[in-house]
Ligand binder design. Structure first.
Ligand code: NAP
Length: 264
């Protein structure tokens, strides 16, 4: 399978590196920009080729991955011709299927996807919509895939994927506080990294247990963990998190017109 990337930035680099770790035979055509990334991949891997012309990438690929930023997408993509037999995967945040199709002028199969940087280590979680064979095959090689059954569901994964900084903001706040209390920075970093790792393993092992039940499981009645949760709630912690999600939702939905063909 030949996979072409229009846009060779951070996420394309992560995808190519993750796919290189799989046993599946494939080759890659990358647009030259950003040259430092595309050239490095081509130097490292014999099945990566850098191509100057975006249309040439489309013409020679079975699967075309669109990975430019939304701000430049129209300038880069409008006017390119994508034959209907190609499978297109768009990673471009907020751009709808209808907008993309209107630029290409064909009824090509377009799947939107939200891979996260850990795809490089094949431990990604990638939301796709709609369910498309090419996207499912590729992203399953890179971790877990969740196929949304509606635009509404897909957009919620877009919102959820914008919370990564928030987890680190939380742990930074906790870490900075214990450092202020006299813990050496390196110890705090070690401590919270291991704590996060343990919680992550617990969440994965007990993925049938709801997060709400896990709060209870980690909060002995009358104990210190319960106290921490209780003070966090009293101080409006959950409301602040919901506010953050609502603001991301407003931004995503402002750009994401509903698909008239989709059932309500
Ligand atoms: N990063 C993530 O974790 C992530 C996750 C899911 C989805 N996404 C989405 O994926 C897209 C790319 O994100 P990114 O983080 O990889 O951004 P990025 O690092 O800025 O990469 C964008 C790439 O597009 C290239 N480009 C600009 N104009 C081009 C043109 N005319 N022809 C070919 N390539 C061109 C840029 O090259 P120059 O540097 O030379 O301008 C750059 O290499 C975005 O739409 C983003 O919403 C990102």
């Amino acid at each position: 399978m030949k996979i072409g990337f229009i846009g060779t930035g951070v996420i394309s680099d992560a995808i190519v590196r993750g796919l290189m770790k799989s046993d599946t035979e494939m080759s890659f055509l990358l647009s030259r920009r950003s040259e430092s990334l595309s050239e490095r991949l081509a130097n490292e891997f014999s099945n990566v080729e850098v191509v100057d012309d975006n249309q040439a990438i489309i013409d020679a690929s079975d699967v075309v991955v669109l990975a430019v930023r939304p701000q430049v997408a129209e300038a880069v993509l409008a006017g390119l011709t994508i034959p209907p037999e190609k499978q297109v995967i768009s990673l471009i945040a907020t751009l709808t299927h209808d907008t993309l199709r209107s630029w290409f002028g064909t009824e090509v199969s377009i799947c939107r996807a939200i891979p996260l940087p850990f795809v490089a280590d094949q431990i990604g979680i990638t939301a796709i919509y709609p369910d498309q064979a090419a996207a499912k095959t590729l992203f399953t090689l890179l971790g877990t895939v969740v196929a949304a059954t509606s635009q509404v569901e897909f957009d919620r994964y877009g919102i959820a994927s914008a919370t990564m900084g928030l987890y680190f903001e939380t742990v930074s706040t906790l870490s900075e506080w214990i450092i202020k209390e006299g813990v050496p920075e390196s110890h705090s970093q070690l401590y919270f990294s291991a704590l996060l790792h343990g919680l992550n393993q617990t969440a994965l092992k007990q993925n049938e247990t709801s997060f709400r039940d896990q709060v209870a499981a980690h909060s002995t009645p009358g104990g210190l963990n319960e106290q921490a949760v209780s003070v966090f709630k009293q101080q409006g912690g959950p409301e602040a998190l919901v506010c953050a999600l609502e603001s991301i939702k407003a931004r995503i939905l402002a750009n994401s017109a509903p698909n008239p063909k989709e059932p309500k």
